[in-house]
Write a protein that binds this ligand. Structure first.
Ligand SMILES: Nc1ncnc2c1ncn2[C@@H]1O[C@H](COP(=O)(O)OP(=O)(O)OP(=O)(O)O)[C@@H](O)[C@H]1O
Length: 551
């Protein structure tokens, strides 16, 4: 090993590209103490191989009788000699206590050396016997790695302090105050532990969790905080109420407690829906001139050809309020990397009306018309002179439209002035089959219908900035009305507050379905951010629901 270490720095060159990596590795391999350690390692190995027998295995005793050998350095050398001669490389354990009681053969003395990290175990008091028992061992934690402490072991003493009469909180205090080595006296649990399989389940968290705010968690310190959208590796589901998990992005191997799916669902059901979910669907401002507020959006407007007439607005019929069956807890996910040449993922936009979805979609289309595409809506209204079928709209009869509704051909549809308008699933497929990225904006409650292996939607939530910034950036912006509204144009200052409120409600209610949030403050900054994000969707690995990878 020593020779290898010496030759390493000169061999680094072709393999290390960044100069800072090179400096780091040179410093690391040039470290003097590393050389010394490797030297000792090599010598010890050589010693083991050649099996020399020590003449003495306690030179210290002999040395203590010779005056010359009493200097500190020589004493140290002799003591190292003895350690090697006795092959006693393990840390020295304290002698077994002499006052071991009746059940002496079932008592185990365990000594763990703990650095700053927590022990990684939780305890509880047994209701019947009053004994302090090990309740959980956190996967990857200090206790787990030692392999010496097991669930169900009864704790008798910590650092010589009896714990029989102590409350779990007091024991925790003793534990947290002790540094370095901790000695436990335990009565091992006789039950065989079933070794759990190495868990490889990854989930996306669909809610925020802060153990400090959770009244039910058995041990706050053992909890793992996470945010909506975090990717978690589930390490143990042995306990029905508290699972163990670690954050995928963190190197820390130690698991923390998180509420199990069932438990989270149960308490969500008990709590009932949050009051903030009362999102009323407001009719579009374009279909209803006297309307004050801003509501959810509808799509079907962005026609490449006609920027003015594409604004036919109507109420979507497939309205669904928050579905209590879908309590947002965890969703099992898997890494997905789009293969070159494979169909693009559908890019879905959501956001409050007026936030700038059309503006952003338009900019994307203009930036690369060969690469991006938008759907052409269907309508039952009569074709006007200057219009062509399949350009502004697909013109179909009312009867056919109703049949298609019945056959679930539309992702969204609505009625305006007695005519139907809608976006069909086939119109999305048609864009995707041309190997284009399909840009679609929908009401947020439609997202879940698009979340299929076929579309693999990437959902972008466009969010308004703070009110002050809205007033600053939108000074010249106007709401353009469609031809149906005789082209009326009005400033939309009064709608800012409503836009921000709607955005908050959307984020609250559907935030767990968003893959990316883009704040549309400065338009060109928002657009550049969007473009970069969409590029990574095409080229990088992303977490998607497991079911999407099975097709
Ligand atoms: N970042 C921005 N800075 C300034 N003006 C903007 C910005 N984003 C959008 N606008 C302007 O705001 C107005 C509304 O934008 P746009 O029509 O894209 O909104 P939308 O979200 O599609 O609304 P709707 O759902 O009503 O169609 C337009 O005049 C647009 O040019």
């Amino acid at each position: 090993f020593y020779d290898l270490l010496v030759s390493l720095p000169s061999q680094l060159q072709p393999h290390v590209i960044h100069p800072e990596d090179s400096t780091f590795l040179k410093d690391l391999f040039g470290e003097k103490s590393l050389y010394s350690l490797i030297k000792i390692h090599d010598i010890l190995r050589h010693y083991e191989e050649s099996k020399p027998l020590p003449v003495l295995d306690s030179a210290v005793t002999l040395g203590s009788q010779v005056r010359l050998f009493k200097t500190i350095n020589l004493y140290s050398i002799l003591s190292v000699h003895d350690t090697v001669a006795q092959k006693n490389y393990d840390p020295e354990l304290p002698p077994l206590p002499e006052d071991i009681d009746d059940d002496e053969d079932s008592v185990k003395i365990i000594r763990l050396v703990k650095n700053k990290e927590p022990l990684g175990a939780t305890i509880r008091r047994d209701d019947d016997t009053g004994a302090i028992l090990v309740a959980r061992i956190m996967k990857g934690g200090a206790a787990d790695r030692s392999g010496l402490i097991h669930i169900g072991d009864e704790l008798k003493e910590v650092n010589g302090i009896p714990v029989d009469d102590k409350k779990p909180e007091e024991v925790i205090r003793i534990l947290s105050q002790s540094q370095g080595a901790i000695t436990f006296k335990v009565v091992p649990c006789l039950k065989e532990e079933v070794p759990s399989k190495e868990p490889k389940v990854f989930v996306k968290a669909l809610f925020n969790f802060d153990p400090n705010e959770d009244k039910a968690i058995p041990c706050k310190e053992a909890g793992l905080a996470f945010k909506k959208g975090s990717i978690l590796q589930i390490m143990s589901q042995d306990d029905a109420t508290w699972w163990q998990a670690r954050l995928e992005v963190e190197a820390n191997p130690r698991a923390g407690l998180i509420p199990s799916k069932q438990f989270q669902e149960r308490r969500f059901a008990l709590r009932g829906p949050a009051p903030a979910l009362s999102l009323k669907r407001t009719p579009s401002r374009r279909s209803c001139k006297h309307k004050k507020g801003i509501g959810f959006r509808r799509s079907f407007r962005l026609s490449k050809r006609d920027k003015k007439t594409n604004k036919a607005m109507y109420e979507s019929k497939k309205s669904e309020m928050y579905d209590m069956a879908d309590v947002p807890t965890y969703e099992e996910v898997t890494p997905y990397h789009r293969l070159a040449g494979a169909k693009h993922r559908l890019v879905v936009f959501v956001g409050p009306t007026g936030v700038g979805l059309n503006e952003l979609k338009k900019k994307l289309l203009i930036s690369d018309p060969q690469h991006f595409g938008v759907t052409i809506p269907h309508t039952s209204r009569a074709k006007r002179n200057q219009e062509s079928d399949g350009v502004e709209y697909h013109f179909i009869s009312k009867h056919l439209f109703e049949t298609d509704i019945h056959n679930n051909k539309f992702i969204e549809y609505g009625e305006y002035k007695g005519n139907y308008y809608g976006t069909s699933l086939d119109s999305i497929r048609s864009i995707l089959s041309k190997n284009k990225v399909c840009l679609l904006d929908v009401q947020p409650q439609m997202i879940k219908h698009l979340r299929t292996a076929e579309f693999k939607p990437f959902v972008v939530f466009v969010k308004p900035p703070l009110i002050e910034r809205l007033s600053e950036t939108r000074q010249n912006a106007k709401f353009m009305s469609g031809k149906e509204d005789k082209g009326s144009v009005r400033p939309f200052k009064e709608d800012f507050q409503e836009m921000v409120r709607t955005s908050e409600v959307m984020e609250n209610q559907y935030g767990h379905l968003f893959d990316q949030v883009i704040v549309n403050d400065d338009l060109s900054i928002a657009f550049n951010e969007l473009r970069m994000v969409l590029r990574t969707v095409e080229t990088e690995t992303h977490w998607v629901p497991v079911s999407w990878n099975h097709s």
